[in-house]
Design a protein around this ligand. Structure first.
Ligand code: PGA
Length: 242
């Protein structure tokens, strides 16, 4: 695992975007799997600008890390986020867009369908954010490292983060999510984790200096040579060995 220290959210977004851009520019049929939430908003802006200035995505496949269980048009869905922050704002579209369907009433079939896509389109890069409890995707503490795509239940801190991020009540907030498992997350050629903010500092400390254990899901990345973690000063503020 390589850790890159940057000043702030802005620099994290820019450096993260550069990694995605490199994949888009150097791979013949790039497969880029994105995530959503507060962390990648800045990166998405860089991506929109670059695409509209000519970054070619016509052979690219875009996939997603996870999807909330709920109606497709709910304010919190990954689909909605991707449409609002990326696809509605760009002048060319990728060759394929493969999102999960969190509105399905047949979760098992949806997992099977998406796993087949993962096998057909090996990912060049997987973008990630870090939970305050060190989750990756919806792999909450305690999830075994060899887990594959599943229907996850959110821990309370995750529900609170979703409420805050989307300005919704506890009743409106989704409590379950389809998510890639930790095994699939680490199988991407490059695994890119972005982290910003003081509220993530303990999770970063656990990730970088703590034990490698399912109690800290992100610690699965510690022994991954293909993992790149970009951390800003606030998120790194509890590290002792920087
Ligand atoms: P955030 O969420 O980017 O909104 O902080 C990250 C996560 O909880 O996975």
């Amino acid at each position: 695992m390589e850790v890159i220290y940057v000043k702030d959210y802005e620099e994290m977004s820019q450096k993260g975007f550069e990694q995605i851009k490199k994949v888009m520019e150097t791979k013949e049929s790039p497969v880029v799997s994105l995530n959503t939430g507060g962390t990648p908003k800045g990166l998405f802006q860089y991506l929109v600008e670059a695409i509209n200035q000519g970054l070619d995505i016509s052979d690219a496949t875009i996939m997603s890390l996870d999807e909330y269980i709920g109606p497709k048009d709910a304010v919190y869905t990954v689909r909605n986020f991707m449409n609002q922050r990326l696809f509605n704002n760009i002048e060319q579209q990728p060759k394929h867009l493969f999102l999960m369907d969190g509105s399905t009433d047949d979760v098992e079939s949806e997992i099977k369908r998406y796993k087949e896509l993962l096998a057909t389109y090996p990912r060049d890069i997987q973008l990630l954010g870090l939970g305050t409890n060190a989750h990756l995707g919806a792999n909450e503490p305690g999830t075994p490292f060899d887990t594959t795509m599943f229907l996850a239940e959110h821990h309370e801190s995750t529900i609170q983060s979703t409420m805050k991020e989307y300005g919704i009540t506890r009743e409106e907030a989704p409590t379950e999510m389809l998510t890639l498992g930790l095994k699939e997350i680490t199988e991407a050629e490059t695994v890119l984790l972005l982290v910003s903010g003081k509220h993530k500092a303990q999770a970063v400390k656990d990730l970088v200096e703590g034990e490698v254990t399912p109690d800290c899901p992100a610690s699965v990345l510690r022994n991954c040579e293909n993992a790149v973690v970009i951390v800003d000063e606030d998120a790194a503020s509890l590290l002792t060995k920087e």
